[in-house]
Design a protein around this ligand. Structure first.
Ligand code: DMJ
Length: 640
């Protein structure tokens, strides 16, 4: 336009057309709009179009195409989308929270992941799709075709490399043991076989065995998923070298384990039992079926995180993705031990899939927890997923709180001691617990009380007895000034839990025991006298044995084996009992899946050499499923 006007002897176009000033203005406006439109349309042409190559410089074309590929496949939000400027390397979509400080290997990994996995599931994940190599991935919920890069470079976890990184053979390399321990270990293996055989005979495919009525139990904790005992038992069978039984369990997973269910599941239970059990068995065996089932199930859990804070709700429908809070949890809150017990498994889901979305979800939980103010440095058990604030000031290292603390120290260990944030959170939390909750009874027993808005409840649940093992584990890595104190605390708590067993008639411990009104490590309420084959006390014996090698822990473990045989073994399996304070207890007709996952596994490890599932290679999730120490520092990638 400007050029035409200035040409000597040539009137401008509008003038030549004989237009008046307002008409001229309108005409110019129209013309400039038309030109802008034409130029913009160039960007919409396919990359192959000759027009596009003619009018746009090479670099801009490449960038435009990389931008569109990235936006369909990456985790980037509109604020970080490609600006059109050339990038190096091209077409690589940076994950949303990738920090420049993230280690190179991780950043490369996550880039590939972002290419392969599509956008993080803010909404329910889309339908599944098979990719070359048998790997399974989520298709973007929008139904958009996968980016071209995705087809070129599917993510593949290097299993062989992982196995080479282990310091010990998973089932141990040293057969030599003292004959007594060897015989005791054999006995525990026999118990496992007995528990499995009966489950297989009477309840295969159901969630638990009912050993008195010789049938199966399904329950309503797993949202229609079946075979909780199969999944929970897999790694124990494998570790105990019960080969035939392991194959039976594996076959069930291959042929009958159906994930297309439609029911209300506990996010926490599905995670610790199913995802934990599948992940552990994959790492132990390298069998793809366990990995793909774990990843598929992991994706089904993601919609539970769609809350204003990203703190997941406790219950999720595995079919529809709808989620809500437990009816009993005050004011629609989420439970600390539930949303705080996802970290280990979710990092491994990211590790195996290359998809950072799982790691992002749990790192966000940590962010929310770090932001909220802690009363006296303590973490209450109920948090609103809407506001991110505490709903009730009830603090407990037993039920509702327990495994949150466990996952802090284990996150640090699992990160190969790189996740210093988790370590600090653990150290601070333990300091507050020591200061406010650890007490000594009149009879000299150390215990951890519960806290209700500043008032102490002098009670310990069986669940809280895991803390002896946890504190012992943490003590090994504590600062000099705390190490000895924490070792002593761990030993004292474990001893108190042992007392709760020895003071009963069956030599098994009650569900909860108290230190008030003259009672010392005994249950005072009828409703707290039961024992449901729980593992926490033998779990602590196992850690204390491994860390101190004091023979008393093996003695105490053997006392439990004898008591289980005497009071819990029935004709068709093992059963919980209703009252530990009578020598003729009635049975509850339930063989819990965690008896096979945890109680028997920890007992077996107690009588094994230290290199069987060595603590140098593995951390146990809260259901005793071993997860390997991970050399990838995910925290660096997902911090804001
Ligand atoms: C198990 O499912 C897990 O150990 C969980 O953390 C707590 N409860 C049971 C066993 O008691």
């Amino acid at each position: 336009m400007v050029l035409l006007r200035k040409l000597p002897g040539m009137p401008g176009w509008p003038a030549a057309l004989g237009l008046r000033l307002p008409q001229k203005f309108l005409f110019l406006l129209f013309l400039s709009g038309l030109l802008t439109l034409c130029f913009g349309a160039l960007f919409l042409l396919p990359d192959s179009s000759r027009f596009k190559r003619l009018f746009l410089p090479r670099r801009a074309t490449a960038s435009a195409s990389s931008s569109s590929s990235a936006s369909s496949s990456s985790a980037s939000s509109s604020s970080t989308r490609d600006t059109g400027l050339p990038r190096s390397p091209p077409a690589a979509a940076e994950p949303r929270h990738a920090s420049p400080a993230a280690p190179r290997r991780l950043r490369e990994k996550l880039r590939t992941a972002a290419r392969v996995a599509g956008p993080p599931a803010r909404t329910a994940p889309g339908p599944r799709q098979q990719v070359p190599g048998g790997e399974s991935r989520a298709q973007p919920a929008s139904g958009a075709p996968p980016a071209r890069d995705a087809q070129r470079a599917p993510f593949r976890f290097d299993y062989e490399r992982f196995r080479r990184s282990l310091r010990h053979p998973v089932r141990g390399g040293r057969p030599a043991q003292d004959p007594e321990s060897r015989a005791r270990r054999m006995k525990i293996k026999e118990m496992m076989k007995f528990a499995w055989d009966n489950y297989k005979q009477y309840a295969l495919g159901k969630n638990e065995l009912r050993p008195l009525t010789k049938n199966g139990h399904i329950g309503n904790m797993f949202g229609g998923l079946r075979g909780a005992t199969v999944i929970d038992a897999l790694d124990t069978l494998y570790i105990m070298e019960l080969e035939e039984e392991f194959q039976e369990a594996k076959q069930w997973v291959e042929k009958s384990f159906d994930l297309n269910v439609n029911g209300e599941a506990s996010l926490f239970e599905v995670n610790i039992r199913y995802i934990g059990g599948l992940l552990a068995t994959y790492y132990l065996t390298g069998e793809e079926v366990f990995k793909s089932k774990a990843l598929e199930l992991g994706e089904k859990l993601l919609p539970a995180f769609n809350t204003p804070t990203g703190i997941p709700r406790g219950v999720i429908n595995l079919g529809s993705g709808m989620s809500w809070s437990w009816g009993w949890a005050s004011a629609g809150s989420s439970i600390l031990a539930e949303f705080g017990t996802l970290h280990l498994e979710f990092l491994h889901l990211s590790e195996l899939s290359g998809n950072p979305v799982f790691a992002e979800k749990v790192m966000n939980i940590r962010r929310v927890l770090n932001r909220v103010e802690k009363p006296q440095g303590l973490y209450p058990n109920f948090l609103s997923p809407v506001t991110g604030s505490w709903v009730q000031h009830h603090v407990s290292i037993g039920g509702l709180g327990d495994s949150f603390y466990e996952y802090l120290i284990k996150s640090w260990l699992m990160s190969d001691k790189k996740d210093s944030e988790a370590k600090k959170m653990y150290d601070d939390a333990l300091e507050a617990i020591e200061k406010h909750l650890v007490k000594k009874s009149a009879g000299g027993l150390t215990y951890i009380a519960e806290w209700r808005g500043g008032i102490l409840d002098h009670k310990m649940g069986h669940l809280a007895c895991f803390s002896g093992g946890m504190i012992a584990l943490g003590a090994e890595h504590a600062q000099e000034d705390r190490r000895q104190r924490h070792r002593e605390l761990a030993a004292e708590i474990t001893s108190t839990c042992h007392e709760s067993y020895t003071r009963s008639d069956t030599k098994l411990g009650p569900e909860a025991f108290r230190f008030d009104a003259g009672s010392e490590a005994t249950a005072t309420r009828l409703s707290e006298r039961y024992y449901i084959l729980r593992p926490e006390v033998v779990e602590s014996y196992m850690y204390l044995w491994r860390l101190t090698h004091q023979p008393k822990y093996r003695h105490w473990g053997w006392e439990v084996v004898q008591a289980l045989e005497k009071h819990c073994r029935v004709e068709a399996g093992f059963s919980g009992i209703r009252d530990v304070y009578t020598t003729t207890p009635t049975h509850d007709n339930m063989q819990q899946s965690f008896f096979l996952a945890e109680t028997l596994k920890y007992l077996y490890l107690l009588f094994s050499e230290d290199d069987v599932l060595s603590l140098e290679d593995w951390v146990f999730n809260t259901e005793a499923h071993p997860l390997p120490i991970n050399h990838t520092d995910f925290t660096a990638a997902v911090q804001p």
